[in-house]
Each structure stands twice: as C-alpha cells, then as structure tokens.
Design a binder for this molecule. Structure first.
Ligand SMILES: *Cc1c(COP(=O)(O)O)cnc(C)c1O
Length: 482
C-alpha cells in the first residue's frame, strides 16, 4: 500500500459506516416533509458539482454533505410514503443490510467454484420463495429434477433470457451456433404487455416488427385468447415460426391478469414457449387468497418471473426467474472458456449460474432476499401485501363515492386506475397539479384510448393518513362541485 493511496483504515471504515447508516435513517425520517417528485430543472445537479475529479483525497464526510445539498433535492423519493407512481420499489431495512453484506463480502458467483455459498444460498432462497408463492414443484431445485430458479437484475433481463432459451429449443439446438437462419420467428404478447417484450425481440435479432400485439378484452384488459389463436394460425399459414408467447399476470398499465391456462391450451400443438411475466403482481401469491388467480395454469408454462424488488421489500435489483427445465436455458447460454474449466462443473453436480443469464459476473444478490424472508417471515410478508391491498381498497372507495371521478378498471390488488369524469384534459391536469404540489406522486396511462391516473400502493411506509392526504390534494384541485 503506497502512503498516499486513500484507503480507509478499519477504524475509519467503522466510523464512516455508522455515519452512513445514520444518514440513511435521517433521510427516511425526513421523507414525509419532502416533495415526493423532484423539483429540479435539467442540468441543476450537474452544475452544482465540480466538472473534474479531485486531485487530493477528500474525506467521506464531504460526500455525505453533498448528498444533502445537491443530491437529495434532485431525487424523486421512491421510498416516500406517498410515492404511488409506476410501482413502488420497496427498500426495507433488512434488505439494505443484506445488500451491504453482499458488498462487504464482494464475491463473484459466476460459477459454483468461484464461491460455492453464493450459488447454494441462492438456490435455497429461490426455492423458499417458490414455496412461499405456491409455485409448482417442478420450478424448484430441491425437487432434484431439471427445474430451478435464478436471481436476475430485472424482469427485462429475465424475459430476454427466456426468449433466448425459447429460440434455442425451437431451433433444435442450432440457433446458438448458426444464428437465426432463414426462419421467420414470431413473438406474441398482449397490447398491454410490458415494453421489455419488444426490447427482448429487438435484442435477440427477431425484430420489433415480428412481435404480434394480441388484442385485449375492453373491460378486463386481459389478453383475448381467441385473437391469439387467430394470429398464431395466420402466421403458421404464412410460414412463420411462433417461438415465444408472453402471458402477463398483472399488467403495468392496469394490473390486468391474462388467463395463463387458456393461453397454454391455445398453444397446444404450436410448440411455442410460454413465458409468464408477473413482475409486479406475482409476489402477492404469498397470500393464499391471491394465489389461485396468480398461479393458475403455471404448471403449463416454460418460465415465470416476478420481482421481489417491487412489492416484496427487497432493494432493487432483485428479479427471480424460474424454469421447469434448466437445460433449455443452459443450452442457449453456456460457454466455457478454458480458464473457467473445473472439476465441480464437469461433475454435473453443481449449478453454474453464469449459464442462466446473459452476463458472466454476478453479485451475492440472494443475501438481501434471504434477509427479507428471514426477518419478516412469511407472516410478515403476508401482512405487508394485505396492508397494500387494504389501502388500495380505501382508494377505490374514495373514488367510487365522488361523482367527479370514476374507476376505469376494477382495482387489481393494490393498483387503482381512475379518471376525472370531465375528461382527459381534466384528468391529466389534476394529476399534474398534485405531482407539482409535492404532496404525492401519481403516474398515468391510457386505457381504450382515454387518459387515466394510476394509483399504485405498495410502500411499507404508507398509512391510511397518506391515502387521505393524497385524496384531499386530488379533490382540492378537481373542478366542480362534488
Ligand atoms: C415493472 C415491470 C416489468 C419490468 O421490470 P424490470 O425489472 O424493471 O425490468 C416487466 N413487466 C411488468 C408487468 C412490470 O410491471
């Protein structure tokens, strides 16, 4: 160690570590008084920071001071109790400590041999979560069959991974070697499917133009399976090769739930891969009362993804992909350079997770999910999900009782989609005014061509008082007598 290298001493690390945890706790304590949506203009944050790095070492305290002065005003506070936009991404204390431990251990779990515990703790944790959600046995490592789960960074990556596996399986194992060839591959999802489906098709070289948008039921917004059947039949007649169908359990726009069972039946004889995207809603299956609707037909799917980093209290990023047949994934993605050859891998007795996703290196991501599952217990997780659903019911009731507003779709778990009766302009104006006031943050969507406000509950900090305060802000800016 050279003298002027700025490594922290162990004592300094402890001191700054305590100060950092204090900073986080103080930040949380201040949230209620901060505007949820950042109020800075483009360039404000950059202008407040030096354009070049310091030549001389600075203390870590200087960075913490800049967080307060420059960074916090430039943040939209995702952990705020009145953050209701998109889907809240919960960061619980337990998950943060688990994530910190992962950084401290700093291990690379690309293959089993580079740190056996990184792989095996993950296998246990994704099995635990599969049981907690009531997923079919075939998705679990402990079933000692070909199935299992893996933690990915995001659902987008998980969907891309599943698509690559589908192509390799459908192409009789030739795609990884010879590429896509002359086949005209086609991919299917409802018009409400997440944009990550189109992006996956772009990245795989299939092309966005070969993703078919299946129509949805105008009321439920769920996939119209009869239309899927017609699209499949037309494409097959035209000489296309349907390779991948994505069912969505809880769409981003309205929380609509596609009928996985019916979609699987429509795929009988087609040979396409069925992927179930339950990125947001899937974790609610931890509650028995939601399990049936969220997991029906799942035993017929080739892959399933859900994000503990949305509603299940696990700091971003943590998305879990399960497959009943790992060979399809490994076939598509395994590649062993000489320097990674080792006896454990060749014995076939271990899982090498680098074969389960696009990248090689991987963090000890299971620690934060392990911390959440252990410190909340399934009882605690169920209570958290039920709180979110209960608070969304409160929103639903408030909307239903006010003549100036109407529900656009039925409440889905903790998501309420509604609008101003006066029309699109008024709907957007109300939302914009509330967001600009800083009281709460809501986002919008379009349903059947008309503007709607999405109110997504899910933070562990949100209380009934936060719902009422947000509703008061909404009704205050809404025009007309109630
Ligand atoms: C949020 C969401 C995604 C994307 O999740 P990332 O983990 O950010 O990639 C995909 N599908 C649905 C239904 C979602 O709600």
């Amino acid at each position: 160690m050279s003298d002027n290298a700025g490594h922290m001493s162990p004592e300094e690390f402890r001191r700054q570590g305590y100060a950092t945890i204090d900073w986080i706790a103080d930040y949380w304590a201040s949230l209620d008084d901060l505007p949820v949506l950042s109020q800075v203009a483009p360039g404000d944050v950059r202008r407040a920071l030096p354009a070049s790095p310091p030549e001389q070492a600075e203390g870590f305290d200087a960075l913490l001071a800049d967080l307060d002065e420059v960074v916090v005003p430039g943040l939209t506070h995702w952990q705020h109790p009145r953050y209701f936009a998109y889907f809240p991404a919960n960061s619980s204390p337990a998950a943060i400590l688990g994530d910190l431990l992962s950084s401290g251990i700093g291990a690379q779990g690309m293959i089993w041999a580079t740190s056996p515990a990184v792989t095996e703790v993950e296998q246990v944790v994704v099995d635990w979560l599969a049981q907690a959600l009531g997923l079919p046995e075939q998705f679990q490592h402990r079933a000692e069959g070909p199935g299992g789960g893996v933690i990915q960074d995001t659902a987008s990556t998980a969907t891309f991974t599943a698509l690559l596996a589908a192509l390799q399986s459908a192409g009789a194992g030739t795609v990884r070697e010879a590429g896509l060839g002359d086949a005209r591959w086609t991919v299917y999802g409802s018009s409400q499917a997440h944009s990550s489906l189109v992006k996956a098709a772009m990245m795989a070289g299939i092309g966005a133009g070969n993703v078919r948008m299946v129509e949805v039921d105008p009321v439920t917004q769920a996939m119209d399976v009869a239309h899927l059947e017609r699209l499949l039949a037309d494409d097959i007649d035209d000489g296309c090769r349907p390779v991948f169908v994505q069912a969505c359990v809880g769409t981003t726009s309205t929380g609509a739930i596609d009928d996985v069972q019916a979609i699987a039946e429509a795929l009988d004889g087609v040979g396409a891969w069925l992927h179930v995207d339950a990125a947001w809603a899937g974790v609610a299956a931890v509650c028995p009362e939601h399990r049936e609707v969220l997991t029906r037909g799942l035993h017929l799917a080739q892959s399933f993804v859900t994000n503990p980093h949305k509603w299940l209290l696990t700091t971003f990023d943590c998305s879990v992909l399960w497959v009943p047949d790992r060979e399809a994934v490994v076939d598509a993605l395994s590649l062993t350079p000489e320097y990674l050859r080792n006896a454990a891998s060749e014995s076939g007795e271990v899982v090498d997770y680098r074969d389960w996703h696009p990248q090689l290196g991987r963090r000890f991501r299971s620690l934060k999910l392990w911390a959440v599952l252990r410190t909340y217990g399934l009882e605690g997780l169920r209570a958290h999900i039920r709180d979110g659903v209960e608070l969304a019911r409160r929103v639903e009731d408030l909307v239903a009782e006010d003549d100036r507003f109407e529900l656009v779709t039925a409440r889905s778990l903790s998501l309420v989609v509604f609008r101003a009766v006066a029309g699109d302009e008024e709907t957007m104006a109300i939302m914009d005014r509330v967001n600009a006031s800083g009281v709460a943050y809501l986002s919008h969507t379009r349903v059947e061509g008309r503007a709607a406000i999405r109110w997504a509950v899910g933070s562990w900090r949100t209380t009934a008082a936060d719902i009422d305060r947000t509703w008061a802000a909404l009704t205050e800016v809404a025009a007309g007598p109630r």
